[in-house]
Design a protein around this ligand. Structure first.
Ligand code: ADP
Length: 611
């Protein structure tokens, strides 16, 4: 997925409401507020000293055309003004330095708090939030939004304020020098500058269109080359050629349009802008000849005009940046306002009064689980009922196998036990109490899951196992690995428990990853265990090692086992056969195999024949 670029972020309308919302961001500045205000003072300092510059430059350059004074006098004035200019730049240098340093400091601190707050929210969102969104898109969006806010706070706001000061101040000073000149200038420069900005925008739009077309044509090349076997097998070369030809022709059409726009833009700039400036200079020179203004006033005026024109040219972009940042802030806050699960992040107080692990339960569950008439549909697909009136019960320490065709709702049942989702009707009773009456942290701290696809985090094997219990000692981790049949392979690596895994480290096989996940579960020591097709994708040797480890892990815990290979669940205390979200049969292997036209019996037979 392509990352979202900042330039593509939608702009928000700037009104009282959106600005009001955006000012919430100032709360994240927290104790750094004073730096922001001092930064502002420096910014005003840079802006106002900037306004003195054209005046002094005019005084200096105006000396060139001065004939009324002696050379000595002229030299004296030149020296004085030169020194004044140097002092001015020294002030500007100091102001700019502190302004930049302070703004960056405030922004980075603010962004860190904002990033932490967003991540804290994201990680506590309910599963329904994630299943209804493209997670990678969300990630890319949030980082684009935050980086937009960053740019705006470090640069755009400052630039906007500085250029506004120059614009207003510059026009004010010009009016003060000569209102006639000011009128002529205002009639020409802003009109031309605004025209140029709009023209520039149009050109940018066209070139974006070209870029999109180029991207489309690249997609065709990528797709067809990747699926070249299909193209050839279906003899679709001609069709693909046509498709590609059409998009390349589109590119040509757009590019020619862009060329015409760019050409016109250049002609416009050369003729109109040039013409306007010539007229302005002509007018000023005429005033000078008529004796209406002094040479230094004339030069200052020209410098002020250049500065005002540059500000007019720059302001729309800064304004657009601020608009984008307001939009970005709104989106970030929308995310922060989403409802989260009641996950406790603070640790349980340990008996000694020190901070403990929030995931280690205060009281241990027995692990009795009962489904009472559970019906459920996913929030994103309300019209499709996944589970229909499911009831069963599991006593402490029992193994319950859940079998059924793919898509029948097996994983959904484990999702409900973990309370990733809540049932639409019916109750899940755990140790005699409705699951809804436990806090999520309390409930989930009693459970462990060994999924089919084990996700290992970048880090060492040791860290990955310790994910089951923070603060576990190396001895505990080793012991867990031993119980999970993982010690041998871990110790065969040169760096043993410190071996890095994941994207930047060693790639473990499916069976090895499973055993790491089992070691995690051993460390967590849950009373309820959920095994989701844990051995279905393994070869028989890995399966034996994993199964052995699982058998040990399941001892004394209530376990729910989703299994495709029915041979692995013969010993289960109860097998629940579900089909299309309903319980079809339940009982032990012997009971179910005895049902002549039962679903379990036919599934078993099918597997037996396949094997
Ligand atoms: P099984 O584990 O038996 O293969 P699942 O419990 O994964 O079946 O899925 C049962 C049904 O629920 C399927 O039709 C599936 O498409 C649907 N389903 C699973 N997860 C979601 C989800 N997050 N959102 C919407 N529908 C889902």
């Amino acid at each position: 997925m392509a990352a979202i670029k900042k330039e593509d972020l939608p702009k928000a309308k700037l009104n009282k409401e959106s600005l009001g919302k955006a000012t919430r961001i100032f709360r994240f500045i927290g104790p750094h507020k004073w730096k922001f205000f001092i930064g502002m003072v420096f910014l005003v300092g840079t802006g106002s000293t900037g306004l003195i510059f054209p005046k002094l430059m005019g005084n200096l350059m105006g000396l060139i055309g001065k004939t009324s004074a002696s050379n000595e006098e002229l030299l004296h004035v030149a020296n004085t003004v030169g020194i004044q200019l140097l002092i001015l730049f020294a002030f500007q240098a100091v102001f700019s330095f502190f302004r930049v340093v302070l703004f960056v400091n405030v922004t980075e601190n603010m962004l860190a708090s904002l990033r932490q707050a967003t991540y804290d929210r994201l990680i506590r969102m309910p599963m329904s939030f994630f299943s209804s969104r493209q997670v990678s898109e969300l990630n890319s969006r949030v980082s684009a939004d935050i980086s937009q806010i960053q740019d705006t706070f470090t640069t755009s706001i400052a630039e906007f304020i500085r250029q506004s000061m120059i614009l207003i101040g510059g026009i004010g000073i010009i009016c003060f020098t000569s209102w006639r000149l000011a009128l002529v200038m205002l009639a020409i420069i802003p009109v031309l500058a605004i025209f140029a900005v709009f023209f520039g925008r149009k050109i940018r739009k066209i070139s974006k269109g070209i870029q999109d077309n180029v991207a489309d044509s690249n997609i065709i090349v990528g797709e067809t080359l990747q699926g070249i076997a299909n193209v050839k097998a279906f003899t679709n070369e001609k069709y693909e050629n046509e498709r590609y030809k059409n998009t390349t022709l589109e590119i040509v059409k757009e590019a020619i349009k862009g060329g015409i726009a760019r050409g016109s833009f250049f002609s416009f700039i050369i003729f109109c802008l040039g013409g306007g400036i010539v007229y302005l200079i002509y007018y000023v020179v005429k005033m000078k000849i008529d004796g209406d203004i002094q040479p230094e006033e004339m030069m200052s005026f020209l410098f002020y005009t250049v500065m005002v024109a540059a500000s007019i040219g720059g302001l729309p972009e800064q304004y657009a940046q601020i608009q984008r940042a307001v939009g970005a802030t709104e989106r970030v806050f929308d995310l922060l306002d989403e409802e989260v699960e009641d996950i406790r992040l603070t640790p349980n107080p340990s008996p000694k009064g020190e901070g403990g692990d929030s995931r280690q339960p205060a009281v241990r569950f027995n692990g009795e689980v009962e489904f009472q008439n559970i019906s459920f549909s996913y929030p994103s697909r309300k019209d499709f009922q996944v589970l229909k009136n499911i009831s069963f019960s599991a006593k402490k320490g029992e193994t319950i196998a859940i079998v059924g065709p793919s898509g029948s709702g097996k994983s959904t049942m484990t999702n409900l036990i973990l309370r990733f989702y809540n049932p639409d009707s019916g109750k899940i009773i755990i140790d005699g109490k409705n699951a809804l009456d436990y806090s999520l942290t309390e409930l989930r701290s009693q459970m462990a899951i060994v999924p089919q696809d084990v996700l290992l985090f970048g880090g060492s094997i040791k860290e990955n196992i310790a994910y089951g219990k923070s603060g576990a000692t190396l001895e505990e981790i080793k012991d867990a690995a031993r119980k999970a049949n993982a010690l041998d392979f871990i110790e065969s690596f040169p760096e043993k428990f410190e071996t890095k895994v994941g994207e930047r480290g060693i790639q473990l096989s499916g069976g090895q990853r499973q055993r790491i996940a089992i070691a995690r579960a051993v460390l967590k020591n849950p009373s309820i265990l959920l095994l989701d097709e844990a051995t279905s994708s393994l070869d028989s040797e890995s399966e034996r090692l994993v199964q052995e480890a699982l058998d040990k892990l399941m001892e004394g815990r209530t376990s729910f086992v989703i299994a495709h290979r029915l041979s692995t669940i013969r010993k289960a205390d109860k097998i629940i056969v579900i089909d299309k979200g309903q319980v079809k049969e339940s009982g032990t292997h012997e009971e179910l195999i005895a049902i002549t036209d039962g679903l379990y019996r036919s599934l078993s037979k099918l597997q037996f024949e396949l094997n």
